[in-house]
Design a protein around this ligand. Structure first.
Ligand SMILES: NC(=O)c1ccc[n+]([C@@H]2O[C@H](COP(=O)([O-])OP(=O)(O)OC[C@H]3O[C@@H](n4cnc5c(N)ncnc54)[C@H](OP(=O)(O)O)[C@@H]3O)[C@@H](O)[C@H]2O)c1
Length: 376
């Protein structure tokens, strides 16, 4: 049955909203798994169990909620924002736990495009005689797990660009200084994004100008490690870079085939991984090869943190899905200042990359904007 054919959708929407609140508690711990929350109602419609997936490899939300409900789940309803799994991963299939608990109905927010699930969870429940409603609060459920859903259906990491810019569109003043354009609150929000993503990526121009460490500073994620990726066609990153002062094994440099052999040895001696990829036709590393290589290492999400040349390449190649812009009430001017998006630029407004504003907020005097590239 499709959800709009169900007379009870609005009744379930309230509980689906609650599953999303529960799922939120896993925001910083579950990637590359999805954020999932579950609520169990008994046969009279009273909440008897709640659960969330809190950390990668940990128990799934459905199992936690059913364990909390115990015998009260029998004949009741399980509400969950993502289709329950049917396969053995780090934990046994949730569908088995649901059937063992004897619930009469399962309400699902959205299906799981993971090839190992992809409708099989719903089919298995229906075949066992459980009523299944699908698509309750689907848009909100898809938004919560947009990166997971993209990675599972496309096999490529979801790429978000983060930039701190002036109102006149600069990310650094002439001469390259960018510290600091935005408020501390904006910077903190940017650091929080790092804690959600599997990888942070910059161009070698940013490494040479800012000498960043790109670490997780906020300890929101129990896993302190994030891949720190540099696009560096000719290996200009110095082995003395601040990137290598902490956890150098999590630094990954993408270069062209046969790039500076001696420098490569020095960087590898530091512990960094050096990955050779093909040319983009302009003498730089090919971004399509980079995102594929990251996907093959299980990276489901990437936060691109500059600079302007790299931002342009991601937009131009159609590899950027979302933009987080922190806009300061500041004008730097100067044709030699670094633009938020550099490159050659498009020749007409019609050719530009179209985005859609999703959310915006004031952040200690700055404007924080989240926008999605259209057509993704
Ligand atoms: N406010 C902010 O949010 C923010 C954030 C970051 C940086 N910044 C500022 O931005 C400035 C650096 O930006 P930038 O534009 O000069 O440099 P960038 O974008 O950081 O790095 C560009 C370099 O990356 C390498 N690269 C390799 N493959 C590439 C590809 N496919 N596409 C594009 N680049 C590729 C190229 O060097 P090779 O040819 O040698 O590989 C290229 O010159 C600094 O002043 C920094 O302070 C500001």
């Amino acid at each position: 049955m499709l959800f709009w054919e169900s007379p009870n959708v609005s009744e379930w929407a309230v509980w689906m909203r609650r599953t999303l609140e529960l799922a939120e508690t896993g925001r910083y711990g579950v990637s590359p798994n999805p954020m999932v929350g579950a609520v169990v109602l008994d046969a009279q419609g009273r909440v008897v169990g709640e659960g969330a997936h809190l950390r990668y490899g940990g128990p799934h939300a459905e199992v936690v909620a059913l364990a909390a409900a115990g015998a009260a789940a029998r004949g009741g309803t399980l509400v969950v924002n993502l289709e329950p799994c049917v396969h053995f991963g780090h934990t046994p299939p949730c569908v088995d736990a649901i059937l063992a608990a004897g619930v009469r109905r399962v309400v699902v927010g959205t299906t799981d495009p993971n090839p190992r699930v992809n409708g099989k969870g719903i089919t298995a429940l229906r075949e066992a005689g459980v009523e299944v409603l699908v698509g309750v609060e689907e848009e909100a459920c898809r938004e919560l797990n947009h990166r997971f859903l993209f990675f599972m259906s496309r096999g490529l990491p979801y790429v978000s660009l983060k930039m701190a810019l002036t109102l006149d569109g600069k990310i650094a003043a002439k001469g390259g200084k960018s510290r600091w354009i935005t408020s501390e609150a904006s910077r903190r929000a940017g650091y929080a994004l790092r804690e959600e993503m599997d990888a942070v990526l910059v161009g070698v121009g940013t490494v040479l100008a800012d000498d960043p460490r790109l670490l997780r500073h906020l300890a929101l994620n129990p896993n302190p490690r994030v891949w720190r990726v540099v696009l560096d066609s000719h290996l200009r990153t110095p082995p003395t870079a601040a990137l290598f002062t902490h956890d150098p094994e999590s630094v990954m440099l993408f270069c062209l085939q046969g790039a500076a052999a001696e420098r490569r040895r020095e960087l590898e001696a530091k512990g960094a991984k050096v990955v050779e990829v093909g040319d983009d036709g302009k003498g730089r590393v090919n971004l399509h090869a980079v995102v594929k290589a990251l996907a093959s290492r299980g990276v489901s999400s990437v936060l691109v943190e500059g600079g302007g040349e790299v931002h342009w390449s991601f937009f131009q190649e159609g590899l950027a899905q979302r933009l987080y812009a922190f806009v300061a009430p500041l004008v730097l001017g100067g044709r030699d200042a670094v633009p938020a998006v550099g490159g050659g630029g498009f020749s007409a407004p019609q050719e530009g990359v179209k985005l859609r504003f999703l959310r915006w907020a004031e952040l200690c005097g700055d404007l924080a904007v989240v926008a999605e590239v259209m057509g993704v």
